[in-house]
Design a protein around this ligand. Structure first.
Ligand code: NAI
Ligand code: 13P
Length: 374
């Protein structure tokens, strides 16, 4: 594995579709990227053919990308570490990563969009626990980021979030290039939950698509889905505006519209009548939403938040609801008409004032030199 000594070194753990695409983003942005792949044959293919034909068919990878299946080799000298494996496998992998990330100033960046099924924790929380690192060292990347479109270099925006403005800025500067623009924010909770929750709404969209329902149904689910996402995330500590940004509305639109989305695809198969077990067998890539439904509903219950769409996705997954019945159930099933507004949508007064204060503060802090806020 040869390395250009003059380039900044970054490591991506996980060489699936998003890990490899992000590696390409970083390499095209001027870094030397070392991918860690679980399987040696995939590492060989990336090294020798500059391809990852299973996950990114037809894409040529940059010369500045190398790969290894040895974790210690992958992490050697990394200035930033990006994590992109299925959320349910993160904790066990971090146990092996921990002794290898010796420097305490290396930012750790989550590219993942799931919550841990057993604990309900977000990925940044799992990282904090397993790597014993300060939250300020952790960043998350999210947004409307369908891997294959970005690998084809189609212009895309994303948001990098960290509780530390400095960490968010450093990662955003590294993770950008001519086709990939990064904004920043400091709302890690909202940014992570945006990515988790839009997957669940995309499963719902897939289900009604599979049934054969049209655009009214889908637009209704997307709109009400955003309300559910916002109510949930704000109740768990997010800022309302984050859910209106790239990591919320932006990603919701991309994922609900695209047949490239694995969550959308899984939903479509369910809507066509396949059982949950059949869908799992047919999916050869990660559909995070399927594992996130139960922990999200548990967190919603604890926060006293109603999520009728997500509830019904769970019932379809459990086989206790016919996918055809999902559409009439866009609100909870009582007779009283519901107000359309989100629980937390009273942002009109206090929220607007807060936003304008924040913008002013940002301008003072930034002096225009930082990546823009999402
Ligand atoms: N593909 C996409 O368009 C995007 C995906 N994401 C997120 O990125 C994360 C990773 O997803 P993808 O790369 O798309 O999934 P993928 O299914 O394409 O790849 C997953 C990778 O993890 C590896 N893996 C599977 N089980 C593992 C284990 N137990 N230990 C270590 N490695 C394991 C696989 O071999 C594969 O290399 C997910 O959280 C997903 O939500 C985020 C944005 C875009
Ligand atoms: O997160 C994504 C796009 O932003 C990818 O969505 P899927 O995981 O459903 O493919």
């Amino acid at each position: 594995m040869s390395r250009r000594q003059d380039l900044p070194r970054v490591t991506v753990i996980g060489a699936g579709s998003w890990g490899t695409t992000f590696g390409k983003i970083l390499a095209d942005g001027g870094a030397h990227v070392t991918m860690w792949a679980r399987r040696p044959e995939l590492a060989n293919e990336i090294n020798e053919a500059k391809r990852n034909s299973e996950y990114l068919p037809g894409i040529n990878l940059p010369r500045e990308m190398a790969a290894t299946h040895h974790l210690s080799e992958a992490l050697d000298g990394a200035e930033q570490v990006y994590l992109s494996i299925p959320s349910q496998a993160l904790r066990q992998n971090l146990k092996a990563v921990r002794p290898l990330v010796a420097r305490s100033d290396v930012p750790i960046v989550s590219l993942m969009k799931g919550v841990e099924r057993r604990t309900g924790l977000r990925m940044s929380q799992v990282i904090e626990q397993e790597l014993h690192c300060e939250p300020s060292r952790i960043a998350v990347a999210s947004g409307p980021n369908l891997a294959l479109e970005i690998a084809r270099e189609q212009p895309t925006a994303a948001v990098i979030s960290s509780t530390s403005q400095e960490t968010a800025d450093a990662v955003a500067r590294r993770a950008r290039n001519r086709y990939f623009r990064t904004f920043v924010n400091t709302d890690v909770i909202g940014t992570e939950f945006g990515g988790v929750l839009k997957n669940l709404i995309a499963v719902a969209i897939g289900i009604v698509d599979g049934v054969g329902y049209g655009e009214n149904t889908k637009a209704s689910i997307i709109t009400r889905g955003l309300v559910e996402m916002t109510d949930f995330a704000v109740a768990r500590g997010a800022q309302h505006e984050t859910l209106q940004g790239l990591a919320g509305l932006g990603d919701l639109i991309a994922t609900c519209q695209s047949p490239l989305s694995r969550n959308n695809t899984a939903g479509r198969l369910l809507g066509q009548g396949y059982s949950f077990q059949d869908v799992i067998k047919q999916m050869n890539q990660t559909a995070e939403g399927l594992a996130s439904v139960a922990p999200v509903l548990q967190l919603a219950k604890e926060a006293g938040i109603e999520m009728p769409i997500v509830e019904q996705v769970k019932r379809v997954l459990d086989g206790t609801m016919n996918p055809r019945d999902i559409a009439p159930h866009l609100t909870t099933d009582d007779d009283s008409p519901k107000g359309e507004r989100t629980h937390n949508g009273q942002a009109g007064g206090g929220g607007a004032l807060w936003r304008s204060l924040q913008r002013t503060l940002d301008q003072f802090r930034d002096g225009g030199r930082r990546p823009p806020r999402d």
